[in-house]
Design a protein around this ligand. Structure first.
Ligand code: FE2
Length: 220
């Protein structure tokens, strides 16, 4: 078993040098001379598709008006879901108090579940011919969930903040599911109900059960 690779070095030595290898050698560099072209975005032509528009490329049996409405609604759900996902991670890191370990684990579980939902919503937007909002700057402008402070907060305040965010998403999901149903976009209706509503309602249950009579935040 140890003797088997003995022939390899001999075979490698016989192989002729490739042009890139000889060029690399003459440059005094170890790797090939091919370099990535950076900064291409500064003189690029128009983008493939502008954000806010809807392409009709995929034959999925839905008209442009329906797709446009669903894409707009889904981008709102997406921005809010990304924000809630990140709120869970913030709270996972910053949680404090007697329920630290439970909440630390629960917040991360919910973060992972919201993260999967983010992908589901974004890919539905692309399927409909839209452009999914993605970057933090754009998400911050679009989301309807209030911005939390950078500071570390008490656990009951974290819980309240999360429940408010869930409720904003759930109210929108009900409205958007109805609109998708009325326009005949069954796939978006199903996503809003089966994915967004079911997950958010379940997480509201788990988080709400941490609301107890003993106020952990008051010091009087
Ligand atoms: Fe962690």
């Amino acid at each position: 078993m140890a003797k088997a690779p003995a022939k390899k070095p001999a075979a490698a030595a016989k192989a002729p040098a490739t042009p890139s290898k000889s060029s690399a050698a003459s440059n005094g560099h170890a790797g090939p001379s091919v370099q990535p072209v950076l900064n291409q975005q500064f003189d690029a032509p128009a983008p493939l598709q502008k954000y806010g528009t809807v392409s009709q490329r995929l034959p999925i049996g839905l008209d442009e008006k329906t797709r446009q409405q669903s894409v707009n609604n889904l981008n709102q759900l997406l921005a809010d879901t990304i924000t809630l996902r990140d709120l869970y991670k913030k709270h996972h890191w910053q949680v404090v108090g007697p329920t630290f370990y439970q909440l630390h684990l629960l917040y991360d579980k919910h973060y992972e579940e919201q993260s999967a939902l983010v992908d589901t919503i974004a890919e539905r937007i692309q399927i409909l011919g839209g452009v999914a909002v993605a970057m933090a700057h754009d998400v911050a402008e679009l989301t309807s969930i209030p911005r939390p402070p950078r500071d570390r907060e008490e656990a009951p305040i974290q819980v309240g903040r999360l429940l408010e965010a869930h409720q904003i998403i759930l109210k929108n999901a009900h409205k958007f599911a109805k609109e998708a149903d009325d326009s005949g976009d069954d796939g978006t209706n199903d996503l809003a109900v089966s994915d967004v509503m079911r997950l958010n309602e379940l997480q509201v249950w788990f988080v709400s059960e941490h609301v107890v009579d003993t106020p952990l935040a008051r010091t009087e």
